[in-house]
Design a binder for this molecule. Structure first.
Ligand code: PLP
Length: 457
């Protein structure tokens, strides 16, 4: 097998990206209140802020979009969409939404009430916020290995099944309306969940009659990791693996902006008729009629094709290999990362990278800002700014958009990270000057802290 990673596609349409000078970037960052979310995309050279909605669509997707049926009700595009989703996910009801968080809001509004608990391997930020908005508490139960960034383990996204049992015993099944598995575990380093773990969690849920839902955003990448790493799945196709995985659950939320290979969209699936009816009623209130749910017919067409393409083996092989290439190259030069590299992203352990900056001075934000100043790269903090005091790690996520950047872009990113690593002692922490009551990282304003608050080691 050749060692060079090549993109399994040809480029048909190009979009220029812009060079800026360091002096310009310093000005842009100041104007953005030291929050990379506030930058203009035009002022970013390589945008690794997110893999969500930032992918490039295929010729087949663009062709399918031309087939979009924009009928308000009973659109043919909805039939295509539902058939494609059911082919992979297998659930009875498929409810389109404008993106993942809309599916989450509807799901938790219908299933949760004040005093309830939702147990997950690790809640993503919008998932946690939507659980809390419904009055319930979001509990993360990832395996202990998931909290050790440097530890190599094939399935660090697994849920701690014993902790799950203990939680159910302690609070009682009546206060746990659902259990969730996030595949792959985005906030925990993009780490996969094994089929063995899915089965074990599902068995516990069945024993206590608690529905199991998937947060399925990166279901294709998770399926491919199972193929690569879990004995017994080597010969199965990613699609067969995905089908088996979903068969152990009762429904899912999905952001089609990830492994849906689309720029917008999502869905909610459920097997339970009564719940699905309530969910569709809520959908009509805020998203739209159940055959479009806030999307255009052409968006439904793009997703119908995209979820199937995400499971193509040549695509997944390139995707996982090129993410690993970035992670392994910086790690080989001493940069502390969450090991092994995730499917959609590489996560730098900012607390180890910048040991002189304590969590309350946001080491992740400091590092992400420095990567921008040094080379125009935009990444995102997943740590104390995002999660407050409950953050167990301070990570900087370099999320790779699907089918967008080439190998030379990735080589450039490696070079910039290593340059920043070599002058890490000079990087300062920050403090907040404004924070919103929830999801504060999107709109927070910060300033560099004058003094380094603990000694440089
Ligand atoms: C694991 C996970 N769940 C849910 C979401 C929310 O999806 P959306 O951004 O489409 O609302 C995301 C988005 O990044 C995610 O990574």
């Amino acid at each position: 097998m050749p060692r060079t990673i090549i993109e399994p596609f040809r480029i048909k349409s190009v979009e220029p990206i812009h060079w800026t000078t360091r002096v310009e970037r310093e000005r842009f960052l100041r104007t953005a209140s030291y929050n990379l979310f506030q930058l203009s995309g035009e002022d970013v050279l390589i945008d690794l802020l997110t893999d969500s909605g930032t992918g490039a669509m295929s010729t087949q997707q663009w062709a399918a979009m031309m087939e979009g049926d924009e009928s308000y009700a009973g659109s043919r595009s909805f039939d295509q969409f539902r058939a494609s989703v059911q082919d992979i996910f297998g659930y009875k009801h498929v409810i389109p939404t404008h993106q993942g968080r809309a599916a989450e809001r509807i799901l938790f509004s219908v299933m949760c009430k004040k005093g309830d608990f939702v147990l997950n391997n690790t809640h993503f930020d919008t998932t946690r916020a939507n659980v809390e908005f419904a009055g319930a508490e979001a509990i993360d139960l990832v395996v202990p290995e998931g909290h050790q960034p440097g530890l190599k383990h094939p399935f660090k996204g697994n849920m701690d099944v014993e902790a799950l049992e203990t939680w159910i015993q302690n609070v009682g099944r009546d206060r746990i309306p659902l259990v969730m598995l996030t595949i792959t575990n985005n906030s925990g380093g993009g780490q996969p969940v094994s089929m063995g773990n899915v089965k074990a969690v599902s068995a516990v849920c069945q024993k206590h009659a608690i529905p199991l839902y998937f947060d399925a955003c990166r279901f294709a990448e998770n399926s491919y990791f199972i193929k690569l790493r879990e004995p017994g799945y080597e010969k199965k196709s990613p699609k067969e693996i995905a089908q088996e995985m979903f068969s152990y659950g009762d429904g899912c939320t999905m952001s089609a902006k990830k492994d849906g290979m689309a720029n917008i969209g999502g869905f909610l699936c459920a097997n339970n008729d009564a719940l699905a009816q309530q969910e569709k009623n809520l959908l009509i209130l805020t998203e739209g009629y159940p055959t479009y749910g806030g999307l255009a017919g052409r968006d439904l067409e793009a997703i119908a094709v995209g979820i199937q393409e995400a499971l193509h083996e040549d695509y997944l092989q390139y995707r996982i290999a090129s993410t690993a290439y970035l992670g392994n190259h910086i790690s080989d030069h001493g940069v502390p990362i969450v090991q092994p590299p995730g499917g959609h992203a590489v996560y730098i352990d900012a607390r180890s990278f910048l040991p002189h900056i304590p969590p309350e001075r946001f080491p992740g934000v400091a590092l992400a800002n420095e990567l921008y100043l040094e080379g125009g790269i935009r990444s995102v903090e997943i740590g104390t700014l995002m999660f407050g005091k409950s953050a167990l790690m301070d990570l900087v996520r370099l999320a790779i958009p699907r089918r967008v950047y080439t190998q030379s872009h990735i080589d450039y990113v490696v070079e910039i990270i290593l340059d920043v690593f070599n002058k890490r002692e000079q990087i300062q922490g920050l403090h907040l000057t404004y924070e919103a009551p929830f999801l504060r990282h999107f709109t927070a304003r910060l300033e560099p802290s004058e003094v380094v608050t603990s000694p440089v080691r």
